[in-house]
Design a protein around this ligand. Structure first.
Ligand SMILES: Cc1cc2nc3c(=O)[nH]c(=O)nc-3n(C[C@H](O)[C@H](O)[C@H](O)COP(=O)(O)OP(=O)(O)OC[C@H]3O[C@@H](n4cnc5c(N)ncnc54)[C@H](O)[C@@H]3O)c2cc1C
Length: 310
């Protein structure tokens, strides 16, 4: 099935898979470059669980849905098109890419940007889902300020858990590390935890208790409990979409895609921006990476056009 716009088959200059901050920022740059752009998105932005987003200059404390709505509105004057739905497959073709939607529709483009983000792996602890995004978080840079001087728990094992607990002491002097079972903490980190008076609780956790999104108590399986106001966790993440792997992208140790300075991959014409590609995972950084990808894509399209004899 061909993708048709107003009854006509369309070849896009650029298809962007993922309409989060990275994808929409790239679309803004490319729309302003008069490129024909289509964003395909299935409506699962990473921060959809959060009430507010923090750390974006001029947008601090704005709800993520409001940020998204304003961004969508600002793309309209530039003719950027939007398609609700999942992209199931992407592959290279002669001179471009073929994108296949979940409903079987096929769309072609000259350049492809994957801005598909990552998905967090929540600890498997009873009660966590109701608190996630309000008093349970993964990133101190995003939500540490909101819990400054509170009673904080960190959920994590080994070196990573210890590292996150130590990091949280920037925001509060009352931090407890909960490892949810026995774990080995390297001596250097163990010494630092002691120096910072961070208690380590290795008992398996039974559940989290709280009200209206606010954590109150961590109950251990042995029946003991601790009172805590917030919890930060370090338990991993993975790519939200398998498309980058399908395209043969190279991944770094953290499981994000290796790209060059302007978000290009080893596959000519394919770019990856936002959380899917780099290590600092924040909205403002994702938007900046999207803008860089937009710039690089337009330059590459221009180069091709300069080579074409009219
Ligand atoms: C709970 C929480 C709170 C956060 N708070 C903050 C904060 O306060 N400040 C901050 O700076 N950062 C925060 N972050 C991090 C922030 O959400 C990310 O850095 C940012 O969203 C990355 O943008 P992105 O465009 O790369 O990906 P995303 O925003 O995740 O967007 C990816 C988009 O791609 C779409 N998609 C994926 N695969 C496909 C497919 N196959 N087909 C179609 N569409 C697809 C998804 O539907 C999604 O809309 C938070 C994250 C979480 C989880």
């Amino acid at each position: 099935m061909d993708y048709r716009h107003e009854g006509k088959r369309v070849q896009y200059d650029v298809i962007i898979v993922g309409g989060g901050p990275a994808g929409m920022s790239a679309a803004l740059i490319l729309g302003r470059c008069r490129r024909r752009v289509l964003i395909c998105d299935h409506g699962r932005p990473r921060n959809r669980f959060a009430r507010e987003m923090h750390g974006y200059l001029s947008r601090d404390c704005v709800p993520p849905a409001e940020f998204r709505a304003v961004a969508c509105e600002q793309l309209k004057p530039y003719g950027v098109e939007w398609c609700d739905g999942e992209v199931k497959r992407t592959c290279t073709t002669d001179g471009g890419f073929l994108v296949t939607l979940a409903n079987g529709t096929e769309i072609t483009c000259r350049k492809l940007l994957l801005a598909t983000g990552v998905e967090d792996e929540l600890p498997r602890v009873k009660g966590i889902q109701a608190l996630y995004g309000t008093s349970v978080h993964h990133c101190p840079y995003c939500d540490g300020w909101e819990h400054r001087d509170e009673r904080i728990a960190v959920y994590g094992r080994g070196k990573n858990g210890a590292g996150l607990a130590l990091s949280l002491t920037t925001w509060s002097a009352d931090v407890v590390l909960c490892t949810d079972g026995m774990t080995r903490i390297p001596e250097l980190e163990a010494q630092r935890l002691r120096r910072k008076n961070i208690d380590v609780r290795m008992e398996p956790i039974a559940r989290l208790e709280g009200r209206e999104g606010k954590l109150e108590t961590i109950v251990f399986r042995d029946g003991t409990s601790i009172v805590r106001d917030a919890m930060f966790f370090s338990s991993g993440q993975h790519q939200q979409s398998p498309l980058a792997k399908m395209m043969g992208c190279i991944f770094n140790r953290k499981g994000t895609v290796r790209t060059n300075r302007l978000e290009g991959t080893e596959i000519p014409g394919l770019y990856v921006a936002g959380d899917a590609s780099r290590d600092v995972q924040m909205v403002i950084v994702a938007a900046a990476e999207g803008a860089k990808a937009g710039f690089a894509i337009n330059r590459s399209l221009q180069e091709e056009e300069f080579l074409t004899v009219a």
